[in-house]
Design a protein. Sequence first.
Length: 94
Amino acid sequence: MVASVSLNKPEIMVELENVVSLIAEGRFAEAEARLGTMAEEEPGNQDILQLLSVVLLQQGEFNRALFWIDRSLALDDHNAGAHFNRAGALYSLG
């Protein structure tokens, strides 16, 4: 999951791996805060945008997740994972 654009910047890969560890520990608020900062610094990094949307989905923040999913899809409309997450968020909103 954490691969595409981030491979060119090892420091981003390391930080994303740290965030994945936070998520695995259920520390979603911390993961969200780090990813939010990263998204501001790297707005074109689809890995960051996608992971941030997943964290928001796990917290039930469906509208906020849609914002980041849509930003991710604006970079690559062919991302099946982003479309899947978007469908899940829309379904959850009713």
